[in-house]
Design a protein around this ligand. Structure first.
Ligand code: GLU
Length: 283
């Protein structure tokens, strides 16, 4: 990774190898690539393979092949003459650990021993695509964080400032407003099975990779609000955000990795060209 922040645009492609990429990924990633080109910037590839149970090497290989087939090129790494990248989150634990220590020492996070069963009782908002139910707060008053030299063994949660407003202007979707404690609760930072959580890893990586603009799907808008709290707590620079509209299947359901028939691989095997894959699901 470069020693000093470059002055120009830096974007990223950040797929998770937990399934086959689909037409929605194709569209988000091609927008990310286009925006990096428009800005004459750098585009990095980051393999978000943190979850050892769900990330499979065959999906990582398929992901790279599909991105190449679509004509998407990242511009940092041995393929493109640079010494850095592509990056893999599974190799970056020390960075996440340093951030966890900072958050622990500054009192932003607390250990949580609620069981999955305790949390299963919590109602989730209907039609909410967000996967993290609002934490009911049982452990939030704990003050023993400093007694943990390592994160493993308990869940770690970020204590959100209840009722505070988090606003940002998305470059595609305009102004966004969330209320901490109402729209989302104390969110996971590190899992009890010793895996750093998505929110922490993304924020740490975007900072240390000097990302200036985050382009991703609109399903992550609420996560952006959480990440802004983390960015503030860690005193990081805030990137710009561009959330892409979601691609839906013919019956209006948002594409997910389980939509195998709409995977890039399947569409490709059915004889479609990359441009057709990109055009077909444009909203
Ligand atoms: N790895 C995430 C995904 O595949 C995207 C994370 C991000 O862009 O911040 O959904």
């Amino acid at each position: 990774m470069p020693d000093s922040p470059p002055s120009s645009y830096r974007g990223r492609l950040a797929p998770s190898p937990t399934g086959l990429l689909h037409a929605g990924h194709a569209r988000t990633f091609s927008i990310a690539a286009q925006r990096a080109r428009n800005h004459h910037g750098t585009l990095i590839l980051r393999n978000e393979d943190l979850d050892p149970q769900r990330s499979l090497p065959e999906f990582a290989e398929a992901m790279i092949e599909d991105l190449r087939w679509l004509g998407l090129r990242w511009t940092e790494g041995p393929d493109c003459g640079g010494p850095y990248g592509p990056y893999a989150q599974s190799e970056r634990r020390t960075h996440y650990l340093a951030a966890w220590r900072h958050l622990r020492d500054q009192g932003f996070i607390y250990p949580c021993t609620c069981s999955r069963k305790d949390l299963a009782q919590v109602p989730t908002a209907p039609n909410d695509s967000d996967d993290e139910p609002i934490y009911p707060g049982h452990c939030r008053c704990r003050t023993d964080a400093s007694q943990f030299p390592e994160p493993a063994g308990v869940n770690w949660r970020f204590r959100v400032p209840d009722a505070s407003e988090i606003t940002f202007t998305d470059l595609n979707l305009g102004s966004q407003r969330y209320i901490a404690g109402r729209d989302f609760g104390d969110f996971l930072i590190w899992r009890r099975d010793d895996v750093p959580a998505y929110q922490l890893a993304v924020v740490v990586d975007d900072q240390s990779m000097h990302i200036t603009e985050v382009v991703r799907g609109a399903d992550l808008l609420k996560s952006t609000a959480r990440q802004l709290l983390l960015i503030r707590a860690l005193a990081y620079a805030t990137p710009d955000y561009f959330h892409c509209d979601l691609v839906r299947d013919p019956s209006g359901i948002r594409l997910a990795k389980r939509h195998d028939a709409l995977s890039i691989r399947h569409l490709r095997r059915s004889g479609l060209q990359p441009e057709e894959v990109l055009a077909r699901f444009a909203t």
